[in-house]
Design a protein around this ligand. Structure first.
Ligand SMILES: NC(=O)c1ccc[n+]([C@@H]2O[C@H](COP(=O)([O-])OP(=O)(O)OC[C@H]3O[C@@H](n4cnc5c(N)ncnc54)[C@H](O)[C@@H]3O)[C@@H](O)[C@H]2O)c1
Length: 284
């Protein structure tokens, strides 16, 4: 049984995704408790949320004033503060051990009828839930980056996840005006399984001299009607994140997911894309 009266949402992690999920939840009227491991990370999350809300307010894209939305979010470093949430979404770093520890702590802190969701991009939901007393209420709720802008959310069904938990996950995401689709707990789910080889092939095409980086991106944008070509998109996602996701998929699915040589070299050189000012392109 999962509780279906949702008033308060817990978010674990105040980084790129956790902050975005907290912001969108608050935008649609939920009370939010956002937890990170250090107060400075919580404050960083609030700063990014404030900036994003200001930008959206400037475009008249918010249903309430930024301050009203912001005040619905409580920051904390204490897992116990999540105990009165009706659903918790985890957006901690993409490492199985971290996620397992977070879920073990959530199981201790929260009632047994609380839906526990993970925003993982590539890790198996079943692996994250393994060892829990109640793995049946663990589900994947894969928001896309940037959360306030991207409309899609992938719902991922673990080996033990109940139909009830899956339905509630769809409902929660849809209440945030997101459109959902569902994937089985297979490596990469729908999005990253297909996106990562596409990005790696774009990088290989550039490295092997098929075309300039600009022409590869333009060719894919205009030739296949996607909003960003593979090199621009990789820079936006973060080259370290693309590398990590590709490595995880290669472990599970074999050689066709082997990361491109140039992706690895860029990450080794510290050029991680937009966030460091340089990836395949340079940024101010
Ligand atoms: N960034 C993306 O484009 C993207 C897109 C979809 C999904 N994801 C997934 O979302 C998750 C979070 O990614 P992100 O980009 O927001 O990472 P991030 O590094 O920006 O944020 C992670 C946050 O979690 C905090 N954290 C670490 N351990 C914690 C713990 N035990 N409890 C609470 N907080 C903890 C960190 O301090 C950090 O603030 C990952 O699983 C990632 O794969 C990321």
């Amino acid at each position: 049984m999962v509780r279906d009266q949702i008033d308060r949402i817990g978010v674990v992690g105040a980084g790129t995704m956790g902050g975005g999920i907290a912001q969108v939840g608050a935008t649609y009227g939920y009370d939010i408790v956002m937890r990170d491991v250090e107060q400075s990370f919580v404050e960083g999350g609030f700063e990014r949320i404030a900036d994003s809300l200001e930008r959206l307010a400037g475009r008249d894209a918010l249903p309430a004033a930024p301050d009203t939305i912001r005040e619905r979010i409580t920051g904390t470093t204490d897992t116990a503060a999540l105990s009165d949430c009706d659903v918790v979404v985890e957006a901690a770093p993409e490492e199985l051990k971290i996620k397992r520890d977070v879920f073990a702590d959530l199981e201790d802190a929260c009632d047994d009828d609380i839906l526990l969701a993970t925003n993982t991009s590539t890790i198996s939901i079943t692996s994250i839930a393994a060892g829990l007393e109640h793995p049946e209420r663990v589900v994947g709720l894969h928001f896309m980056n940037p959360v306030p802008i991207m409309e899609g959310v992938e719902v991922i069904v673990g080996e033990k996840t109940t139909d009830e938990a899956v339905s509630l996950a769809h409902e929660v995401a849809q209440s945030l005006e997101k459109t959902t689709w569902e994937a089985d707990d297979k490596p990469g789910f729908v999005t990253n399984r297909i996106l990562m080889p596409w990005i790696n092939e774009g990088i290989r095409a550039y490295d092997e001299g098929v075309a300039s980086k600009e022409d590869i991106d333009t060719g894919m944008e205009l030739g296949t009607n996607v909003p960003m070509g593979p090199l621009t998109l990789a820079d936006h996602i973060g080259l370290d994140i693309c590398l990590h996701a590709s490595e995880t998929l290669a472990e599970e699915l074999g050689d066709r997911y082997t990361p491109a040589y140039l992706l690895r070299r860029k990450v080794e050189a510290g050029d991680l894309g937009k966030k460091t000012g340089e990836g395949f392109y340079e940024y101010d």
